[in-house]
Design a protein around this ligand. Structure first.
Ligand code: NAD
Length: 356
């Protein structure tokens, strides 16, 4: 086998352990010599943040978290950080909360310790996102990569099962899309394969028992791997489609990823045999689509985009915008016709196998 590739691994400390977040955070604050800690958590996650930061002296608690990080929210939080001479940002929450910490780090360079409570994976990427005048911009900057990630499955026990499933499938989407993304390589493919395996084993356990620490541990571990694979491989067709659906039509992030994934997999898989085989092996099924669909049935996954406000009238505009962003290396040629078919099937929840 001859191999040739260039791979970048992002440097980050991971502290993983159920029930250990408070201890891990105080050790990190000490290691980083932090004196003025700003804890960022939305209103609903503040009770979790209070437990996590119990042994740390906190200079400022900040709860003004808004999905997709509006620029005004970011600027206000940056001001709070500067006024309080903050030297460490601690984010406790999902991708929206991590996103706000990243927005502060982007302009101030203050380090982040991220404590994720969903499976979105933003904590392991150097990608930031901001929304200005209803347009979401994203970028890549080393300053926004959290210095440390603290994973503690106890903190995810309160995440409702439905949201856990959608968020876990968002992680699954990072894995599968990274197999054909612009910078796909054997290293991120190996991480993606293990991420698929861990998520596909963890999510059904959470559905069977929302308080399953085993299931939550596996899902968090899988979410981390998925994000590392995604950060290294970049955005493939699936992420390009979901970015437009979220940014232009304001569809919810995790649910959109969870719904669209089988359609992109069915669309690309016949043209990407190696990726297909890698995913099938990770699922332990004959084909990757079979594995994904079995999992989706087991966890009662979101089914159709029409449930989230997307309509047939939106499709031509979505197609037009997505077509401008198709990665050059996508394994299958994407045309106005076949992309319209893909989005129509996802809108209605049709059988993805019909896209082959
Ligand atoms: P989110 O952070 O908005 O959280 C979803 C919901 O779950 C919210 O209502 C939140 O209050 C609730 N929640 C979170 N943790 C909880 C818990 N433990 N218990 C109870 N409720 C809880 O959504 P998300 O899907 O985690 O993140 C989506 C955002 O992250 C989007 O803006 C997306 O663009 C961004 N994102 C960025 C990257 C990146 O690399 N930059 C990667 C993935 C996602």
């Amino acid at each position: 086998m001859s191999l040739s590739f260039e791979h970048v691994t992002l440097g980050q400390r991971v502290r993983f352990g159920s029930g250990q977040a408070a201890g891990h955070l105080s050790a990190e604050a000490e290691r980083l010599n932090a004196h003025n800690v700003m804890v960022i958590a939305g209103e609903r996650e503040m009770f979790i943040a209070e437990q996590v930061a119990a042994s740390v002296e906190v200079a400022v608690w900040h709860s003004d978290v808004v999905m997709h990080v509006p620029i005004e929210t970011a600027e206000n939080a940056r001001q709070v950080a500067l006024e309080n001479d903050v030297d460490l940002l601690v984010s406790v929450g999902g991708g929206s909360t991590t996103g706000l910490a990243k927005a502060i780090a982007l302009t101030t360079g203050i380090p982040i310790v991220a404590v994720p409570t969903t499976y979105a994976g933003s904590e392991a990427t150097d990608v930031w996102g901001l929304t200005e005048a209803k347009r979401k911009t994203t970028g890549v900057d080393a300053k926004v990569l959290p210095t440390t990630v603290i994973y503690d499955s106890e903190l995810t026990l309160s995440l409702p099962v439905e949201m856990s499933v959608a968020s876990g499938l968002n992680g699954m989407a990072h894995c599968i899309d990274s197999l054909w993304a612009p910078k796909a390589d054997p290293i991120n493919a190996a991480l993606a394969g293990e991420g698929i395996r861990a998520l596909s084993q963890g999510l059904p356990k959470i559905v069977a028992d929302s308080q399953s620490i085993d299931g939550r541990d596996e899902a968090l571990y899988g979410a981390y791997l998925s994000a590392v694979a995604f950060a290294s491989a970049g955005s493939g067709l699936h992420h390009k489609i979901c970015h437009v659906l979220g940014g232009t039509f304001n569809l919810p992030h995790a649910q959109t990823h969870a719904t669209v994934l089988p359609y992109v997999l069915a669309f690309n898989a016949p043209h990407a045999p190696e990726a297909e085989q890698r995913a099938a092996t990770a699922f332990g099924t004959d084909t990757a689509l079979e594995g994904l669909q079995q999992l989706r049935a087991q966890v009662d996954a979101p089914q159709r985009l029409s449930d989230y406000g997307f309509t047939a009238e939106n499709i031509p505009q979505a197609v037009e915008i997505v077509l401008e962003k198709i990665p050059a290396n996508n394994p299958r040629e994407v045309t106005e016709d076949n992309l319209t078919q893909l989005l129509t099937a996802a809108l209605n929840g049709d059988d993805p196998a019909t896209l082959n």
